[in-house]
Design a protein. Structure first.
Length: 403
């Protein structure tokens, strides 16, 4: 790699790395509000929030990498053009394909990393995030009950006083709706002088241990059907007593290897074959897309003349967002069986590849203005007409006031 390529490589790496960090921070800001709401009653809010953020990083990293690669290369070439270094390099006989090589090296590295991120880190991170949310919601019951407020969990409503010393709470009041075949059958009321909250280590489930209490049921038309006094009892605070489900509830929690092995539905019968294969094709296509983006980003960043334009950055953002939505739509078509799983993804990648070949060939092997020159002229013309229209309106207003 020559000195020029090393210079371009360094500049691109700095810009792409900065854009990835910036994009992750921006994307996390919106999710942080929901995370803070979830952990507001947690017994360990800082640790639980940190665990959620860490598990979300692979998901947002997968979103940030294509955008950062596209904009980083475009900004590098744009800066190279504005300082006339691009013109000087071409005048010295350095071709545009040669200057694109360091960007291809970066794209290849990011494509390999993306395969690992989307193929393993994202599915596992998504599952771990859901598991942490499940645990936090159960532990939130414990924190809310200690505050002496009414707390509803499933068909039960709990209330505990805070008059007791130490770890005990009380008095305790529990109101439970009794259901039979999906219909309300009556209520069960439980009272106790004292209770203690524990969390089972095996299931992370809060359990309320009661002492010196009484329970009775009211069925039908206010008929008392049972009256039982007890010295000790225990009430589970969660809706169910099972541990969080195993990974693989949907295709987004499956690794790429598992999706590959489940192409015929033999590994996970609960996941539709079309849904499985559409997700597999989408992950592979996103990695291939990274290898195509440099051939689009380089032409978009080229600027000649005294009035350079940044239209390539704007158009690049719009194109990537539209492309992402198109791939998601193609995946939904393949998952629903409207088209073959591959037919909703790879034709889009093929069209993007043809477009990249066209704009790169026009920039590298044909003399003339950059491919986005016409767009820049159109934007400037639109801006000029808008400003002229505002001036006419302002002059008309002033004339009306003087009249």
């Amino acid at each position: 790699m020559g000195r020029l390529n090393r210079y371009l490589f360094k500049e691109a790496v700095i810009k792409i790395g900065g854009l990835i960090i910036f994009a992750i921070v921006v994307l996390l800001l919106e999710r942080l509000l929901r995370i803070f709401e979830i952990v507001s009653n947690s017994t360990n809010p800082a640790g639980d929030a940190g665990s959620m953020v860490i598990n979300l990083l692979p998901y947002y990293l997968g979103m940030a990498v294509p955008m950062a690669l596209m904009l980083g290369i475009t900004m590098t070439i744009d800066s190279f053009s504005r300082t006339s270094e691009l013109t000087a390099a071409m005048g010295a006989g350095v071709s545009l394909p040669r200057m694109t090589m360091p960007f291809l090296v970066i794209a290849t590295f990011l494509a390999i990393i993306t395969l690992f991120i989307e193929g393993y880190m994202q599915p596992v991170g998504r599952y771990n995030y859901r598991q942490v949310v499940h645990v936090v919601k159960q532990q939130s019951f414990t924190a809310a009950l200690r505050e002496g407020t009414f707390t509803s969990v499933g068909n039960r409503t709990f209330f505990a006083g805070t008059e007791k010393d130490g770890a005990a709470i009380g008095p305790i009041f529990i109101y439970e709706k009794l259901m039979k075949e999906g219909r309300p059958e009556g209520v069960r009321v439980t009272t106790a002088d004292e209770g203690r909250l524990i969390v089972r280590e095996a299931t992370n489930e809060p359990v309320l241990q009661l002492a010196s209490g009484q329970t009775y049921q009211i069925l039908g038309e206010r008929q008392l059907s049972g009256d039982l006094s007890f010295e000790s009892s225990a009430v589970a605070g969660a809706v169910n007593e099972d541990m969080f489900r195993s990974r693989g509830d949907d295709e987004r929690e499956m690794t790429t290897r598992e999706l590959w092995e489940n192409r015929d539905g033999s590994l996970y019968s609960t996941i539709d074959t079309n849904t499985n294969n559409a997700a597999l094709h989408l992950r592979l296509a996103r990695s291939v897309l990274l290898l195509i983006l440099p051939f689009i980003a380089v032409p978009f960043g080229i600027n000649y003349g005294r009035n350079p334009s940044s239209a390539g950055i704007f158009i690049g953002i719009v194109m990537l967002v539209s492309l992402q939505k198109a791939l998601e739509f193609g995946q939904s078509l393949g998952a629903s069986g409207v088209v073959a799983p591959w037919a909703g993804i790879w034709p889009i990648i093929g069209l993007v590849g043809l477009f990249a070949a066209y704009v790169f060939r026009k920039s590298a092997f044909k003399m003339g203005q950059p491919p986005l020159t016409a767009v820049s002229f159109y934007m400037k013309e639109t801006q000029s007409r808008f400003v002229a229209g505002l001036r006419k309106i302002t002059r008309f207003g002033r004339a009306s006031e003087t009249a």
